[in-house]
Design a protein around this ligand. Structure first.
Ligand code: 13P
Length: 211
């Protein structure tokens, strides 16, 4: 299972969480990546943890003020990027351009979507993986794998054989992770369960413990 930890814009210490994630990955062999704020990518990557961007713009270098270049986040140490997160929705053409920009920069891509229909469309754009996250469950602590297991199994079917599916929203425990795996997800995307925890290291350790 791939554990992709999205720190969003939470008021957490990204380096402390990244160092804990690097240790947990080393100690358990579980693939754990951290997606911090863009400005923290370099500092997070220095911990040795697999580092992702939360978003890249679908542009190359040029006159694009305020954009986030895929090449720039790759230079800073990121090896992958989320695209079209529920809190950063893009139009289809922008998602396509974002995937192509990420590919040019050598970044792995996970395209997020709300439901199995959107997962089918996202998978046709040929990202490395897709992630289904029902927006109504994000940040609730109610795991998608329990509240709406069919959205995961239907997304796995919709994505087809070629594109792995992650699931997210409300995932915070090892039990949630196992449930996601049983539904066919190859990873989880999570945020508040670790980023807002009093002890993020302990939260991460407990999360991967049953794997
Ligand atoms: O949006 C998410 C991850 O990208 C899920 O957030 P929560 O884990 O806080 O529900």
């Amino acid at each position: 299972m791939f554990v992709l930890l999205n720190l969003k814009a939470y008021a957490c210490d990204p380096v402390e969480i990244a160092a804990a994630a690097a240790d947990v990955a080393d100690e358990t062999g579980v693939r754990v990546a951290v997606a911090p704020q863009t400005a923290a990518i370099g500092r997070v990557a220095e911990t040795g943890v697999e580092t992702w961007a939360q978003h890249v713009s679908g542009v190359g270098s040029g006159s694009h003020t305020g954009s986030t270049l895929a090449e720039a986040v790759a230079d800073a140490g990121a090896t992958g990027t989320l695209l079209n997160h529920s809190e950063r929705r893009r139009r289809l053409a922008d998602i396509d351009a974002g995937i192509r920009a990420a590919e040019r920069a050598g970044l792995e891509t996970v395209v997020c979507a709300n439901n199995p229909r959107q997962i089918a469309a996202a998978a046709r754009l040929e990202p490395d993986a897709v992630a289904v996250e029902p927006p109504e469950l994000i940040g609730t602590g109610t795991p998608v794998s329990k509240a709406d297991p069919e959205i995961v199994t239907d997304s796995v079917a919709a994505a087809g054989d070629e594109v792995p599916v992650l699931c997210g929203a409300g995932i915070s425990t090892g039990e949630d992770l196992l449930a996601a795996a049983e539904l066919g997800a190859e990873g989880v995307l999570l945020a508040s369960g670790v980023a807002k925890a009093d002890d993020p290291r302990a939260a991460l350790e407990a999360l991967v413990e049953p794997l």
